[in-house]
Design a protein around this ligand. Structure first.
Ligand SMILES: Cc1cc2nc3c(=O)[nH]c(=O)nc-3n(C[C@H](O)[C@H](O)[C@H](O)COP(=O)(O)OP(=O)(O)OC[C@H]3O[C@@H](n4cnc5c(N)ncnc54)[C@H](O)[C@@H]3O)c2cc1C
Length: 509
């Protein structure tokens, strides 16, 4: 109470005394009058203050009005009664505006390209760290969500085509204090609470509910700039992100012409993944099985192959994965689980190299010739390309055997050309390709991808025709020869160079 009077002594305004007194029930008697005791007890009371006090708290009685009935009625009137007549107009306007926007959004291919795009390579977009999981002292995973205010709005942000297994892509994360960016590889997964203790476990994004969300698997270097900074950002912080940037675009395969041959996407429950709609026995004449890939990844360099295998339209060929790490504790256990199921489906073959157990990569696979890359849709050009390849291969063979070309060779080539002409279904655009007449189920009776993997796993596979390497500089140098700069591939050397791989079939990330 004394405290309330002190401000006055110190020059506080009268208004503040009035205010305090009014809202402090201790200062007011039951009858609504001020407690004289409290103020009398004040050593600082003066006669002027006493006077002021009495005049201030002697409230006049409420005047009694004779309120006419119609006025009373109006004062009790609620907003619904008052504005109710406008409600149908407001609803009609809202529905009209919404219909107009919907028609615009779904018919205009550019809708959502400005402002509503989740990501843009031209400017930074804000993402929130929604979850975070420490893997070991140096590795962590963060879940990021676009900073769109509500789930409802998030349905309208444009994320079409980001998760596409025909390319490997990255984003840049900005460290705003020193204004530098670093690239990271988005994974189509989120962190969800699981188990009784609510530990965070990784699960694949759902296209409906997790629009724009992704995770990054990051290693922090003790003297590094950006990853260390990111590792200190708590959940709820904002990261500025730019992208997507295509790092590698896979060359189109003949099988890509057939939309019905898309490989089903990986799911949280592997038993729910349907079997592939294509098998060796079920492909139109002249369409080969997709090319295979070998991936060499070290540390967080494993992320691109996970992106490739977990995205929509996953890589259609077989993938051999060579995964090197310093110790198993740095590997998220979900990665190994996903790899395990992908292996069971027959999509990958995994080999790990644990440095803490003195396991090192020393051997690499040999390359095979890739499928014809039919970029042209003109049948004649396409056939010409194939003929040239046949000639080139025949010449190579003759050179290796130390033989010269003669009439027999030419005759043999003519025969090969004729056979090819008869066999090939030349490049027509995807839409006009008639779907194969035989139903997959008539040729294969797989229940799901796991069943298919079980049956086909041990069947011989064509060697990979492409090698991708991702990891620290030293690792890339050892496996495939150094990259002179971030943007240059340089010569293929190292283990792959020794095994006959070259610039045409090797990509260093
Ligand atoms: C396409 C692409 C995708 C990538 N995806 C991922 C990913 O998913 N996850 C991931 O963790 N990383 C990824 N990276 C790597 C990432 O971009 C960064 O390079 C990494 O996070 C290190 O950045 P930093 O700023 O933390 O460290 P930096 O500051 O760049 O330092 C990196 C290393 O260099 C050392 N160093 C720093 N300064 C010096 C110096 N002056 N002299 C000598 N050594 C020095 C540091 O000690 C550290 O060992 C990707 C890279 C690319 C190109």
């Amino acid at each position: 109470m004394f405290k309330l009077l002190r401000p006055l002594k110190a020059g506080s305004s009268l208004i503040s005394i009035r205010h305090s007194a009014r809202f402090n029930s201790n200062l007011v008697k039951d009858d609504g009058k001020p407690s004289g005791g409290a103020l009398n007890g004040s050593s600082s009371s003066s006669s002027s203050l006493e006077k002021l006090r009495t005049t201030q708290y002697e409230y006049p009685k409420n005047p009694q009005f004779n309120i006419p009935p119609h006025v009373k009625e109006k004062s009790n009137d609620n907003w619904l009664v008052r504005y109710g007549k406008y409600i149908p107009i407001a609803i009609a306007l809202g529905v009209g505006a919404w219909s107009f926007y919907s028609v615009y959004y779904f018919t205009n291919p550019d809708a959502g390209k400005s402002g509503q795009e989740i990501l843009s390579p031209d400017h930074f977009t804000e993402f929130m760290i929604t979850k975070k999981k420490e893997i070991d002292d140096d590795h962590f995973i963060i879940e990021l969500a676009p900073r769109v205010k509500s789930d409802f709005l998030s349905k309208f942000v444009n994320s079409k085509g980001y998760w596409d297994g025909s390319k490997l892509w990255s984003v840049e994360v900005k460290q705003p204090e020193i204004m530098v960016v670093r690239k990271y590889t988005p994974l189509p997964v989120i962190l969800a609470k699981a188990g009784e203790e609510g530990q965070l476990a990784m699960r694949l994004i759902s296209e409906e509910g997790d629009v724009g969300k992704f995770c990054l698997y990051i290693k922090k270097y003790q003297s590094g700039e950006v990853a260390r900074w990111i590792s200190k950002r708590p959940v709820g912080s904002i990261l500025e992100i730019r992208g997507p940037y295509t790092e590698y675009q896979f060359k189109p395969q003949p099988i890509d012409r057939y939309s019905e041959f898309e490989r089903p996407k990986m799911q949280n429950l592997p038993s729910k993944v349907p079997s592939d709609p294509y098998t060796a026995s079920f492909l139109p004449q002249g369409v080969p099985l997709p090319d295979n890939l070998v991936f060499y990844g070290a540390g967080t360099g494993i992320a691109p192959v996970l992106q490739l295998l977990l995205s929509k339209n996953p890589f259609k060929g077989h993938v051999w994965i060579n995964y090197s790490f310093k110790k198993q504790a740095e590997v998220p256990e979900e990665f190994l689980r996903l790899f395990y199921f992908l292996e069971k489906m027959g999509r990958i073959t995994l080999q790990t190299f644990d440095e803490s157990k003195n396991q090192y990569l020393t051997n690499v696979m040999t390359p095979s010739t890739p499928n014809i890359q039919e970029i042209e849709t003109d049948p004649e050009i396409e056939l010409e390309v194939i003929k040239q390849r046949i000639v080139a291969e025949k010449m190579k063979q003759l050179k290796q055997n130390g033989e010269a070309t003669n009439d027999d060779t030419l005759g043999e080539l003519e025969k090969l050309f004729k056979e090819t002409e008869a066999k090939i279904t030349v490049g027509k655009p995807k839409e006009s390709n008639p779907p194969p007449t035989t139903k997959t189920s008539e040729l294969t009776s797989y229940n799901n991808a796991l069943h298919q993997g079980y049956i086909e796993r041990d069947q011989p596979k064509k060697d990979p025709s492409l090698a991708i390497i991702c990891g620290p500089e030293g690792y890339i140098g050892y496996v495939a020869g150094r990259k002179p700069t971030e943007l240059q591939q340089g010569k293929v050397a190292g283990l792959l160079g020794n095994q006959g791989w070259d610039e045409a079939n090797v990509f260093k990330m």
